[in-house]
Design a protein. Structure first.
Ligand code: PLP
Length: 288
């Protein structure tokens, strides 16, 4: 597990470099946290230096852009997006993986469908069949790798395709709300820093000044019917699934997020006036 960066709240790249030197990982997973892009150039330089496969979790960041104009989801060898309810686009459940590597693409097509090869293009399919010398009768149900059953249904595809038309508007509105939260709450709570990047968040994540301060804010939000929750999962290294296997993971910034973090709502229909109202509740400037 890697420490948390104090700027973007993604992985700490100095710590990643130490881990690369010590453990020589084959693969590194990084998260584009809450629609705030992580340090693309530095990550790619480390990938080049240590030769790991880079997996980009952009699940909650669709539409966000790096300052050079490239979209999140184009940094890793593969990148994932979630279309679970509440994300930038939703098919209720579901998601997608991006890659520009043909070999990985073919593996992904097989992985999502039991490990069979039926979805591959003709050339790749013929090659696998020939390499393994599979006869006509067995071909359709030959499993080349251990796979899952993760295909979207036609209904999910229909719902998702309809939303692509408004994806640009969704990104713009979420960006505007994110900036409005930041300008209202600057100096009162802490939040991610995006520099020249273009953030597109699913929620505005903030850190209260203390555990006690978070309790006060959360109770004001709840009293006013404004939804809130912990910041993502907080420090995953403090959850039972991790602690019971590896012991607890201690890191100042991960623990700050765990003990002081909370979410504020962001969605495209949320107006700037509503963001202002929520911020006045957060700051205790207004009673119910
Ligand atoms: C960073 C990140 N990764 C992965 C996921 C999981 O996505 P899904 O629920 O589609 O499996 C989420 C869900 O919000 C997420 O925020």
């Amino acid at each position: 597990m890697i420490k948390t960066d104090k700027g973007t709240y993604g992985i700490d790249l100095d710590h990643l470099e130490e881990v690369c030197k010590a453990d020589k990982p084959d693969a590194v997973i990084f998260v584009q946290v809450l629609g705030v892009p992580h340090y693309k150039e530095k990550l790619l330089a480390l990938k080049e230096k240590y030769g790991f496969c880079l997996l980009e979790d952009a699940c909650a960041s669709l539409g966000a852009e790096h300052s050079d104009g490239s979209m999140v989801g184009t940094v890793g060898d593969m990148s994932s997006f979630s279309f679970y309810f509440g994300h930038q686009l939703s098919t209720i459940e579901g998601g997608m993986v991006n890659t520009d590597d043909k070999e990985l693409y073919d593996i992904l097509l097989m992985l999502r469908s039991h490990g069979w090869a039926k979805d591959l293009d003709q050339e790749a399919y013929d090659k696998l069949i020939a390499d393994h010398n599979i006869d006509d009768f067995h071909r359709p149900f030959t499993f080349f790798i251990p796979g899952f059953n993760l295909r979207s249904t036609d209904l999910q595809a229909f719902i998702g395709l309809r939303q692509i038309e408004r994806a640009g508007w969704v990104s713009q509105r979420r960006y505007e709300n994110h900036l409005r939260y930041a300008s209202n709450l600057d100096g009162y709570v802490e939040f991610q820093n995006w520099g020249e990047d273009f953030p597109v968040s699913i929620s505005f994540g903030a850190l209260a000044q203390s555990d006690e301060h978070r309790r006060e804010i959360v109770s004001r939000l709840v009293e006013n019917g404004i939804e809130t929750r912990i910041y993502s999962a907080g420090n995953l290294g403090r959850h039972p699934f991790w602690v019971e296997r590896y012991g607890s993971f201690e890191d100042e910034m991960s623990d700050n997020i765990h003990t002081r973090g909370f979410f504020l709502p962001n969605y495209p229909e949320l107006t700037l006036e509503e963001v202002d109202f929520i911020c006045s509740i957060v700051k205790g400037l207004r009673k119910k």
